[in-house]
Design a protein around this ligand. Structure first.
Ligand code: C2E
Ligand code: MG
Ligand code: MG
Length: 529
């Protein structure tokens, strides 16, 4: 008992652990998905801010280019200074001609025009310089951190921007958001000119990439030649919603545990049902009931079907379909059959000796394949001095699918003197035609056909065919599950020799009560005649 409890607890615990593990994985996947969405959103926001910066630089350059003032005149310098004063991001504006800088709002007019360096990138005729010191305003240049600038030059005007303005302040340290994009050459370059964690191709592709425990979301603008990367460590993406993970883990653990408990209970019950059944077989506590089989023309009882019954140790009546299937599955149905044979022959011995009374027994395919079965059957009959003709054998279509064994078994049973029947006829895999192959004495038409009499069901249309076929092959017909007079009348009309079985004539009864009923009926008949 304690081993069983420990095993049960162990399996339930394993179920809980498994449930928690699965839930953890699911919670992580959900969190990562959410984290990726947030990352994407942050990248889009960064991109929008950068597009504003680029638009500002473009606007400043356009205004100076169209100022209609003399090149580098005091008035133009004043115009440019006024613009810088108003602008939050443009740090300086300068005028260039043939590769030389002549003046800038911050520095004023240069005594000697200065050569501009080679641009870092030329995109659509726009020159872009990164890491530029020389053109920054005095105060900006004096601060070491602001010493480098990014310059956009269009025509004869250049605008100096602080590259740090292109960075998203919420981004990871070391990941610089702002990047320049040269679409035609598929090249991407950070505004500060440093290295990036992703290749140009990866940035342009725009897919999230995990590298070294960090998720990177690259994005490129549709309007400007700009790209950005934002990053977030995996650990941060996962730590954002601990309650979600905890909730999932608790739920997963409960589900896993409950599932394991159900499986264990089912397994143990199954196991205990099996061991109880084995005990019942050993202790001979299985019983038999007998259901009358009547001649439909005369309503006379001509025999009975023996049906096995089992009340388990908890006092529950277990459906024979369940425990017979269990015994078949576990390979001990032959032991039940031995019991049934022995009991039927002894319990109704007096009626079986009568001569025109037959008990039919349900036999499984394992019995047919068991060579000891025939010997035991004969031995029981011999002991009770019951003739084999008083014992009929019912085989289901299922048990005759191994045709070779079935043909041999039927021949052997016939040679001993038993009548043989195909039980539940019409419900198996076989067709009507297969009846030719099997040498049986009769068929027991399954209840589904009986129930369909007088209805529109498809099965109803098959009934006349079955009856006709049986008549042609000279087979005895027993109709199962007759519950109404209408059903009885239908089959009565089918032919003289048809037999019936069902609640209309009697439910299965224990041997004593069955005998009483039989005697009562036959005495009644004798009195009438
Ligand atoms: P089966 O051999 O087809 O037995 C007929 C079943 O129909 C029996 O159910 C019987 O009680 C039920 N029945 C009879 N008349 C009526 C009726 O008018 N209406 C309805 N609704 N049902 C009716 P039971 O006793 O529950 O047996 C079920 C099955 O279990 C049997 O089907 C048979 O396949 C198997 N079985 C029963 N006893 C044995 C046995 O001793 N050995 C083997 N191998 N199988 C058995
Ligand atoms: Mg049967
Ligand atoms: Mg049947």
């Amino acid at each position: 008992m304690s081993v069983k409890i420990t095993l049960k607890a162990g399996i339930v615990l394993a179920g809980i652990v498994l449930g928690v593990a699965v839930a953890y994985e699911v919670a992580q996947a959900i969190q990562l998905r959410e984290g990726r969405l947030e990352l994407r959103h942050s990248a889009e926001q960064t991109m929008t801010a950068e597009e504003h910066l680029a638009a500002e630089a473009n606007d400043a350059i356009a205004q100076v280019a169209d100022d209609n003032l003399t090149f580098c005149s005091d008035r133009e310098l004043a115009f440019m200074r006024a613009y810088i004063f108003r602008s939050p991001h443009v740090r300086d504006l300068g005028r260039v001609k043939e590769g030389k800088l002549y003046c800038s709002a911050a520095i004023g007019r240069l005594a000697e025009p200065m050569l501009t360096p080679t641009p870092t990138m030329v995109v659509d005729g726009r020159k872009i310089y990164v890491n530029i010191r020389i053109m920054l305003s005095g105060d900006a240049a004096s601060s070491a951190s602001d010493a480098a600038g990014a310059v956009l030059e269009i025509g004869s005007v250049s605008a100096v921007m602080n590259p740090r303005d292109f960075n998203n302040p919420n981004n990871l340290p070391g990941i610089f958001s702002g990047m320049l994009l040269d679409r035609s050459r598929k090249r991407v370059l950070p505004v500060l000119g440093q290295t990036t964690p992703l290749t140009s191709e990866e940035v342009i592709a725009g897919d999230v990439i995990e590298r070294g425990g960090i998720f990177y979301q690259p994005i490129c603008s549709q309007r400007a030649n700009l790209c950005a990367i934002v990053g977030k460590p995996r650990a941060e993406m996962l730590s954002s919603s601990q309650p979600l993970v905890a909730g999932f883990e608790i739920g997963g653990g409960l589900l896993g545990g409950a599932f394991a408990l159900i499986v264990v209970q089912f397994y143990l019950r199954h196991r205990s049902l099996e061991s109880q059944l084995r005990r019942a077989v050993r202790r001979h506590t299985l019983t038999l009931v007998y259901q009358p089989v009547v001649n439909l023309q005369t309503s006379e009882i001509v025999g009975a079907e023996a049906l096995v019954r089992w009340v388990n140790e908890q006092g529950t009546v277990v459906n024979p379909e369940i425990f017979v299937a269990l015994a078949e599955e576990q390979g001990f149905i032959t032991e039940i059959t031995r019991l049934v044979v022995q009991r039927a022959v002894t319990e109704l011995r007096d009626l079986l000796l009568h001569g025109n009374f037959m008990v039919t027994l349900n036999i499984a395919s394992e019995d047919l394949a068991d060579p000891r079965f025939y010997g035991h059957l004969q031995e029981c009959l011999l002991k009770a001095a019951v003739p084999p003709s008083s014992i009929g054998i019912e085989l289901t279509e299922r048990s005759t699918t191994d045709q070779e064994t079935a043909v041999e078994a039927l021949a052997q049973l016939k040679s001993i003197g038993h009548k043989t029947y195909i039980d539940d006829f019409g419900t198996g895999f076989s067709s009507l035609a297969y009846l030719h192959e099997l040498d049986v004495d009769g068929i027991k038409i399954d209840q589904v056909f009986t129930r369909s009499v007088g209805t529109e069901a498809v099965t109803a249309s098959v009934v006349p065919q079955i009856l006709e076929m049986a008549a042609r092959l000279d087979l005895q017909v027993v109709v199962e599950g007759i519950e109404t007079e209408e059903q009885a009348a239908y089959f009565r009309a089918a032919g003289r020799g048809v037999l019936g079985q069902g609640w209309l004539f009697g439910k299965p009864l224990a041997a004593d009560r069955f005998r009483e009923m039989y005697v009562q009926q036959t005495e009644g008949r004798q009195q009438v005649s």
